[in-house]
Design a protein around this ligand. Structure first.
Ligand code: HEC
Length: 173
């Protein structure tokens, strides 16, 4: 009888220790992979800012879409949607934080980028290089920025940042 009770308690105690049952995978590798490198300064490549309508169309698309399966519009010519590993590329969605010409349902965490050419470029307040760096790695200008980082983490390449910068500094209706 006493043995039976003791066995019963032992079973209960044993059952209470679930540490070996609960899965707790080591997330160190995942965290390291997602960690951002230090803020990085970039040199805007030659010919980056262009009036090429195809480049501006791609920049516009990045700005207004997430560019994955949730993208609202058909992708313009020359836009890379599928990565070499077969996954859908996710970037852009600048409209989540910025207003700009023709945006729908924009957020206001970031400044309004409407009329950017006139207000910021033609006035001399900003250079295209600033726009390029801001999109590539906003932390160089503002270490505590709330803006997404796009190049230091490999989300966008030079051409994609140039397409976006070209779209922002272009004159729009
Ligand atoms: C999560 C919010 C957020 C997202 C998403 C975001 N931004 Fe920003 N952006 C900001 C904030 C906040 C600022 C103000 C400066 C700062 O904090 O870096 C800013 C500043 C800027 C500026 C500088 C404006 C100026 O001249 O002062 C540009 C250009 C810009 N963003 C472009 C973009 C583009 C292009 C994208 C999409 C790839 C984007 N942003 C996505 C929040 C965001």
């Amino acid at each position: 009888m006493r043995i039976a009770i003791m066995l019963g308690i032992a079973t209960l105690l044993g059952a209470a220790d679930l540490s070996s049952v609960i899965e707790s995978p080591d997330a160190t590798a995942i965290l390291a992979k997602d960690a951002l490198g230090a803020p990085k300064s970039y040199v805007m490549p030659e010919g980056c800012i262009t009036e090429d309508p195809a480049a501006i169309a791609r920049g516009k698309y990045f700005f207004h879409n997430l560019n994955g399966k949730d993208a609202k519009e058909a992708a313009p010519e020359g836009l890379v949607k599928i990565l070499p590993n077969g996954k859908e590329k996710q970037f852009g969605n600048c409209v989540a934080c910025h207003n700009i010409e023709g945006s729908k349902g924009y957020g206001n965490i970031g400044p309004d980028l409407s009329n950017y050419k006139k207000v910021f470029i033609d006035s001399g307040a900003r250079k295209a290089e600033f726009v390029y760096q801001k999109i590539a790695d906003a932390r160089v200008d503002n270490p505590v920025t709330h803006m997404t980082i796009n190049m230091t983490n490999g989300l966008m390449n030079e051409r994609e940042v140039c397409d976006l910068a070209s779209y922002i500094v272009s004159s729009k209706k």
